[in-house]
Unconditional design. Sequence first.
Length: 95
Amino acid sequence: MDDIKKQILKISGERIRRARLIKGLTQNELAAKCGYKDPTTIYKIEKGKQDIPTSKIKLLCRALDIDFDYLKGNIDQIMEFDEIEIGRASCRERV
């Protein structure tokens, strides 16, 4: 995988994770909304280790209420969030 592709995957993964936490979803919940049987797929996507199949991009964007261009790093999307709530969601995942 070339460096540009790795960077795009990393940006997309970070944005998915951030949007998921803002929405208050666990990886299991997001996986279910997008039709993934295994939530580790969401973990791999968020870490930039797995590409998102075309068939799942629209489902992810819809579940997280984000634009495709934002997901791919083409635009910045202003998202309001509470740092404490994101921290709680992150802790909840580990339990």
